[in-house]
Ligand binder design. Structure first.
Ligand code: TMP
Ligand code: ASP
Length: 236
């Protein structure tokens, strides 16, 4: 596959066109960003770790019947993916309270949420990714009702698959964010699944092993990601 022009460069990944109009190359960079791009650092090995982590998870999700954009690993830091028309929403499922939920509702971190809760955010750094509801999404034309229903269903299906996988590795999947797009009219999981976009705690000690290590300046950020990968069987 031939990498052609740079189409888009986000906070942590760059997207390239290829000789196939339906396929793109995702390049995972070492850039690490938090707080809507207000804190940015380069972390050694991050591009490689997230690329391989994402490939592992996307493959497991495909095996479970969830359509994803992932096609193949191309190199340590690059993967081939289907070209999607992205829906500008972030779908978040929370199994345990943390992060913005605690700030917004004034609740403690670490409360088990039964049933798990679902939130939508508008992808807009300038506005700080505000939380929106399904009616906003429909009224402004960000996504149509049928597609929102599918995104919600798929996001909860991902929870079934990954909660179990991480639990088997001694980890709690606290929450995670997914992004979807349309491929030939079908809703397909896009973007990435890595410790950049989810929260994972050790089941026994509740140690944070995800991007909160970076957000909160706890150190050993990539070591945390590698520990998670090792426990679920990712080959780095
Ligand atoms: P939050 O607690 O900051 O709302 O985040 C919930 C989960 O979604 C957490 O695992 C981090 C992830 N997330 C992102 O990856 N990118 C984002 O822009 C946002 C808002 C959340
Ligand atoms: N990924 C987003 C950012 O760069 C949000 C976050 O993870 O805190 O700011």
């Amino acid at each position: 596959m031939e990498k052609r022009e740079l189409l888009y460069s986000g906070k942590a990944k760059s997207v390239y066109s290829t000789d196939n109009p339906d396929t793109m190359v995702l390049e995972f960079r070492n850039d690490t960003s938090a707080f809507d791009g207000k804190k940015v650092e380069q972390l050694d090995r991050k591009g490689m770790v997230n690329n391989k982590f994402n490939a592992f998870i996307m493959t497991k999700l495909e095996e479970a019947g969830i359509p994803t954009h992932f096609e193949s690993l191309l190199s340590d830091t690059e993967s081939a993916v289907k070209r999607l028309d992205m829906i500008p929403l972030e779908c978040v499922v929370r199994n345990v309270s943390a992060g913005s939920l605690c700030r917004r509702l004034g609740v403690d971190e670490g409360i088990d949420l039964d049933p798990p809760t679902f939130e939508l955010f508008l992808k807009n750094d300038a506005l700080g990714d505000p939380m929106v509801n399904e009616y906003h999404a429909r009224s402004f034309g960000w996504a149509e009702e049928a597609h929102i229903e599918i995104m919600k269903k798929l996001t909860f299906q991902v929870n079934q698959v990954l909660k179990k996988m991480f639990d088997d590795g001694g980890l709690i999947l606290v929450d995670y964010k997914l992004e979807f797009g349309l491929y030939k009219g079908e809703v397909v999981l896009g973007d990435e699944f890595s410790p950049d976009g989810c929260r994972l705690w050790d089941k026994e000690t509740r140690e944070k092993l995800d991007k909160d290590r970076f957000r909160q300046g706890l150190g050993n950020v990539i070591e945390g990601y590698e520990e998670v990968g090792r426990r679920i069987g990712v080959q780095f």
